[in-house]
Ligand binder design. Structure first.
Ligand SMILES: C[S@@+](CC[C@H](N)C(=O)[O-])C[C@H]1O[C@@H](n2cnc3c(N)ncnc32)[C@H](O)[C@@H]1O
Length: 236
């Protein structure tokens, strides 16, 4: 069911016009899916870790091409995928139809999604919270806290910075050198350069503060690279 904001103040962040990688056509979305490299084993491992199973109310925010939300539906969850890009939702819809599982898809964003029905047991968001500036990340997390049940889980994976701030230039350059692929073989150097220049990845210690102030207790965190990391949190 579509969920579209009706009236928003003029100062609201324009989340339906995200910056970054072009996702405005079916070809661009298919290219994104290839670059992202869907990994069903990784999706299953995450859902196991979060205890997603039959009857879980599960929401994937910024679901993209939908591998995680379809995998959640496969195991019997009440699975909701939310994204601001119609083309991403179309790809996810097709993925779910091919797999033969029902997912509820919502054309909405971190800030505008209005969850209906039972509160969520588990909310995930991968590679997307950086779409919002920090002020709006806080607003988004406060919003999520309103529809996650007490003791429910929030999982965040993103490009986030755990390096010492004074060393930012070398770490950013190292990430681009290490992860940038030739055209057609994955996300390019230009994609990573644009990410740092135009998107809103932030420091892990800022994210910790935002999560805490939104009512989430961080239970686990891991920063496998100085530029990538995750938080697993429980709603207080
Ligand atoms: C890099 S992709 C990640 C997609 C998916 N989570 C994954 O791991 O493959 C970022 C996604 O965020 C979506 N997006 C951007 N801004 C958003 C917002 N404010 N709210 C929800 N989704 C957003 C984009 O349309 C895109 O699908």
């Amino acid at each position: 069911m579509a969920s579209v904001p009706i009236m928003t103040p003029a100062w609201t962040f324009p989340e339906f016009s995200p910056v970054g990688i072009d996702l405005a056509s079916a070809e661009a979305v298919a290219r994104y899916d290839r670059n992202q490299g869907t990994d069903a084993a990784r999706d299953r491992a995450l859902l196991d870790r979060l205890g997603v199973g039959p009857g879980t109310t599960f929401v994937d925010l910024a679901c993209g091409t939908g591998s995680l939300v379809v995998e959640a539906a496969r195991r019997g969850a009440d699975a909701h995928g939310v994204d601001v890009a119609e083309e991403m939702l179309a790809f996810t819809r097709e993925r779910a139809a091919d797999a033969g599982f029902a997912v509820s898809l919502h054309h909405a964003g971190f800030l505008s999604y209005e969850h209906a029905g039972p509160p969520a047991d588990v909310v995930t968001t991968r590679s997307a919270l950086h779409q919002l500036p920090d002020f709006w990340k806080q607003a988004a997390l406060l919003g999520i806290a309103r529809y996650v049940r007490p003791a429910g889980l929030l999982y965040v994976w993103d490009l986030m910075f755990s390096f010492p701030p004074a060393e930012y230039a070398e770490h950013v350059q190292r990430m681009i050198d290490e992860f940038g692929r030739p055209d057609g073989e994955g996300f390019s150097r230009a994609d990573f350069e644009a990410h740092v220049r135009e998107e809103f990845s932030t420091y892990t210690w800022i994210l910790e503060g935002l999560l805490d102030r939104a009512g989430f207790a961080v239970e686990e965190s891991a920063f496998p690279r100085p530029t990538h990391g995750e938080f697993l949190c429980r709603r207080r």
